[in-house]
Design a protein around this ligand. Structure first.
Ligand code: NDP
Ligand code: MG
Length: 380
């Protein structure tokens, strides 16, 4: 039985991780969870799964739950997140928290030698060099949960890195795939949250609409698979059936396919290198689908993808700025403070306002992250 620690249990990936655990009660045991502010859902998870350790974002919520569940160890805040990340009894940490707040707990978990199933892409984008260095030093596996990276990881099983010609990340195109830039000027939050293929958390759904999600994924792929940016391509594939591909030197291409269902890559990360049946899975019927579509990506139309390649290639603190500016701008859009296209304007301003610092330490990254959020807020 695998003992699991889960950061971000109340989120989209978090609740789907709980579904996977629920489906395989003899394979997995949930030992520790972190939640943010959704205390009602936290209560339900505690009652059902009886974790030993629970962390919440706020001190007051922590006290409330302590009174209700005196037999459970409760903790809170950023320190609480770290306690979940390094929980000694856990065999594997699922990091499904949102944003760069996941960075420090991830680094701490790596230092403790924990295997990590990582959904929290902002952590790899903001400080991929620190995460990968620490993972190498501690001989820790980072197992991708993001569907594209899980697809590439699966396609690479038994293959040698030296034979890779390029990675091909597929992109659905998000909520506004077929709209012109002109038509994007006045789109609403509600329209942006309406993704055609995937049901996800609010922030990543907006990231998909701006194509920043694919940009973050390009940087995530660069770090996870140690592949230069010149060898990472993005292909528009509106059905989200092929989750990504690897092309090898001999021109052979390996792809991973499936219906759009995050429980598949979540479960694969939990069972790797083994697999378990998924009884409730919605299986792929290619004959019924008939045909799949592909189209070249237009970087003029999706400027955020272009920004991500620039930030990734430059490296140093620029990806930190890209990520922090995006987190702040998307939050402002979701709060109705800015229009959709202002997200990319704010990111562009933050990038050009920054002097890149090479080989940044954790302290420098945290400082640049904070300054960038303040800068974006000052422009609102
Ligand atoms: P959600 O917004 O649905 O969930 C985020 C989780 O993080 C919630 O449990 C939330 O708590 C918690 N959280 C947020 N901020 C804090 C904080 N400051 N301190 C502690 N906890 C916090 O996000 P998703 O599940 O959609 O995404 C999670 C990560 O996975 C992201 O990095 C995303 O890019 C990545 N990902 C998601 C996919 C998806 O299908 N959703 C696909 C691939 C990757 P609460 O709700 O209780 O406040
Ligand atoms: Mg993805």
């Amino acid at each position: 039985m695998k003992i699991i620690s889960l950061m971000g249990a109340t989120g989209s990936i978090g609740t789907q991780t709980l579904d996977v655990i629920r489906e395989h009660p003899t394979e997995f045991k949930l030992a520790a969870i972190s939640v943010g502010k959704n205390i009602d859902m936290a209560r339900k998870i505690i009652v059902e799964f009886q974790p030993e350790l629970v962390s919440v974002q706020d001190y007051h919520d922590c006290n409330t739950l302590k009174a209700e569940f005196p037999h459970i160890k409760l903790t809170y805040g950023n320190e609480g997140l770290i306690e979940i990340a390094v929980y000694e009894k856990a065999d594997i940490l699922v990091n499904a928290v949102l944003g760069s707040v996941g960075l420090n707990p991830t680094l701490q978990a790596i230092e403790c030698g924990k295997t990590i199933a990582i959904a929290n892409k902002e952590t790899l984008v903001t400080a991929g060099h620190l995460v990968m260095d620490a993972a190498k030093r501690n001989n820790v596996s980072l197992l991708p949960v993001d569907s594209e990276h899980s697809a590439i990881f699966q396609a690479l099983q038994g293959e040698k890195e030296k034979n890779i010609e390029r990675l091909i990340l597929t992109a659905s195109g998000g909520s506004f795939r077929d709209r012109s830039r002109k038509e994007l000027e006045h789109v609403t939050v509600q329209e942006a949250l309406n993704h055609p293929n995937w049901s996800m958390g609010a922030k990543i759904t907006i990231d998909s609409a701006t194509m920043m999600n694919k940009g973050l994924e390009v940087i995530e792929a660069h770090w996870l698979f140690q592949i230069p940016y010149e060898k990472i391509d993005v292909l528009l594939h509106k059905e989200s059936i092929i989750h990504s591909m690897v092309e090898f030197h001999d021109s052979s291409i390996m792809a991973q396919l499936g219906t759009p269902d995050m429980k598949v890559p979540i479960q694969y990360a939990l069972t790797y290198p083994d697999r378990l049946p998924r009884l409730s899975a919605n299986r792929l019927d290619l004959a019924q689908i008939g045909k799949l579509n592909f189209q070249e990506m237009d970087v003029e139309r999706f400027r955020c993808l272009h920004f991500a390649y620039i930030a990734g290639k430059e490296g140093g603190t620029l990806p930190t700025v890209l990520n922090a500016a995006n987190e702040a701008a998307v939050a402002a859009f979701l709060e109705g403070k800015i229009r959709f296209l202002q997200i990319e304007d704010l990111i562009e301003k933050a990038l050009s306002n920054h002097q890149t610092i090479a080989h940044p330490s954790l302290a420098v990254i945290q400082e640049v992250d904070k300054e960038t959020r303040q800068y974006v807020t000052s422009l609102l």
